[in-house]
Write a protein of this length. Structure first.
Length: 563
């Protein structure tokens, strides 16, 4: 009955009794065949589950061991006494508690929790050996007769692979975090380097140009004093050499400021014709000297850009065209194309081969020329390219050898915008006018510049008073009951003091809005704007004598009008 079940046994025995004892042998054979079939099927099933990788175990409704496979004992490292029918689940749990922990915890009193999971829950959970070298995935499910079937799968390799992957991800994340930190530090260092470059440029602008300014003042004074002397030409040659040095240093400083991002565009709407007219006046003499036909076409269109930088770009392009054109003409004009105002500079020079057209924008790069006497270091177009890049205006070069060059700068039109109102200086006074008797206060903390400026102004028959500090100027002002100076030439950097602020202070103290000029190596647009807003002339070092004389002539005119 235990082999074929109670109901089947009753049926078999009833049939045998009805047919009589004569059929006993047949009944025995029938029972033997049935038993053999059942045993075969049980052996087949046992063999099948023994070859499954997972450990399988079955408990009856009283949670007593009924069936299991070989992997069950092997995976759990159970001794032989746990391989008998009827072993309680609780005994197996206590054994497991001594060898395994639930999940990643290391608690030793988890028997009740483990028993509850195995006996009642259907969720999947993990057992980890206390040595950490084995991980089992456990699944517990209900049987139809209220028993339980539990499977154990060895997932050690999978878990270790996952943990290794997580560790690699953590390591990679740490590496990326470190790399990002390094990149951020590198970015901060680069910002600091650029800031340092900007500070250096500001210092260099002042320190380098100071002695050059003094030298130009001395040579200008000598030129006037030796005009009729045999040494006059030598002095003029020295002055021309100093002027060339000034241009080179100014170009290098401009390039450094552009590369360091120290030059920020100040956008406004303006008429391009004003710049074209200025360039026509500026370059007409140079073109005549080379017997070139210079044509600059007028244009009434408005553009939206930085007026000062655009003038520098077009000035350099026109200067370059005249310098490298030996005969023929130079033409500058503007026309609207695709919503942009295209300003073009044409020349009839030797042209540039296609394979060398990018070289012209490199600093200190000069292509071979038929005129070896051309002066310069090849910085003009480098500055042009950098300024166009800062302004984000396309710059194009078209040229063929023997056919001249075409440079084109595309500017955004300022349709619907009004032109910015600029403070314009009064019309220049003829530099040949007399400055005799003009009282000038010169303030600079460089003795060489004081001496050079004094020599130049006294050569113009001005009355010169000097001061080398802000405190010295304040003492001069305090010693006077009436302000006696017609003009003040003020250095911008006076130690820790600001020359422009000192001019405002003196005007407030004296109640006199005297003529003043701020003389500085500072090339900041903010300083220039502040100077113009205060009604103070803005002169860059090295000071050009002709410009200085014009400023003083205007001061003299203002002084005479006040009288």
């Amino acid at each position: 009955a235990s082999a074929i079940g109670t109901a089947s046994a009753r049926v078999v025995m009833a049939l045998l009794l009805q047919r009589g004892a004569g059929h006993t042998a047949g009944a025995m054979r029938l029972l033997d065949d049935a038993s053999d079939a059942i045993v075969y099927n049980r052996d087949l099933l046992q063999s099948a589950i023994d070859h499954v990788e997972q450990g399988i175990v079955v408990f009856d409704h009283e949670l007593a061991l009924v069936c299991w496979n070989t992997q069950f004992r092997n995976l759990l490292n159970l001794p032989p006494e746990f391989g008998r029918v009827g072993v309680p689940l609780g005994d197996i749990v206590r054994r497991l508690d001594s060898e395994f922990v639930l999940g990643d915890t290391a608690q030793h009193d988890a028997s009740m929790q483990l028993l509850r999971l195995l006996a009642n829950q259907t969720e999947t959970f993990h057992l980890r050996s206390r040595q950490g070298n084995q991980v089992l995935e456990v699944r517990s499910n209900d049987m139809p007769d209220d028993g339980r079937v539990i499977t154990f799968a060895d997932i050690t390799e999978r878990v270790h692979a996952s943990e290794a992957l997580e560790q690699r991800v953590e390591e990679r994340t740490a590496e990326l975090t470190t790399l990002n930190t390094q990149l951020e530090k590198a970015r901060a260092d680069a910002v600091e380097i650029n800031a340092g470059k900007t500070r250096f440029i500001a210092a260099a602008s002042h320190d380098i140009l100071q002695p050059l300014n003094a030298a130009r003042l001395f040579t200008s004074s000598l030129i006037e004093r030796t005009a009729a002397s045999p040494d006059g030409q030598l002095v003029r040659n020295v002055d021309l050499s100093l002027e060339a040095v000034e241009e080179i240093l100014s170009a290098l400083l401009d390039m450094s400021r552009l590369d360091a991002g120290a030059i920020k565009p100040e956008l406004s709407a303006f008429s391009i014709n004003g710049i074209l007219n200025q360039l026509r006046t500026e370059f007409s003499v140079a073109a005549e000297d080379k017997q070139l036909d210079l044509t600059i076409m007028p244009c009434s269109r408005m553009v939206y850009s930085d007026r000062r930088l655009i003038r520098r770009v077009l000035q350099n392009l026109l200067s370059n065209a005249i310098k490298y054109t030996f005969s023929g003409r130079v033409l500058m004009g503007a026309r609207v194309r695709n919503g942009q105002l295209c300003v073009e500079v044409h020349d009839t020079g030797p042209g540039i081969p296609h394979d060398k057209q990018q070289l012209v924008y490199r600093e200190f790069e000069r292509l071979e020329s038929e005129d070896s006497a051309i002066q310069g270091l090849g910085l003009g177009l480098s500055i042009v390219e950098r300024m166009a890049r800062v302004l984000q205006h396309p710059l194009t070069l078209k040229s063929d050898p023997g056919s001249g060059c075409l440079f084109r700068l595309d500017l955004p039109l300022a349709e619907g915008r009004q032109e910015a109102v600029l403070s314009r200086a009064p019309a220049p006074v003829r530099a040949s006018g007399s400055l005799a008797g003009l009282s000038v206060l010169v303030v600079d903390n460089e003795p060489a510049i004081i001496d050079g400026m004094t020599a130049l102004l006294e050569g113009w028959r001005c009355t010169v008073t000097t001061a080398t500090s802000a405190d010295a100027v304040r003492k001069l002002a305090a010693s006077q009951t009436i302000w006696s100076y017609d003009a003040v030439l003020m250095d911008y950097h006076l130690g820790s003091e600001d020359g422009l602020e000192l001019i405002d202070e003196l005007r407030d103290r004296t109640g006199v809005t005297f003529s003043a000029a701020l003389i500085t190596a500072e090339r900041s647009a903010d300083v220039q704007a502040a100077s113009e807003a205060a009604g103070v002339a803005y002169l860059r070092k090295p000071v050009r004598p002709a410009v200085l004389r014009t400023v003083l002539m205007m001061a003299q005119t203002k002084s005479e009008a006040a009288e």
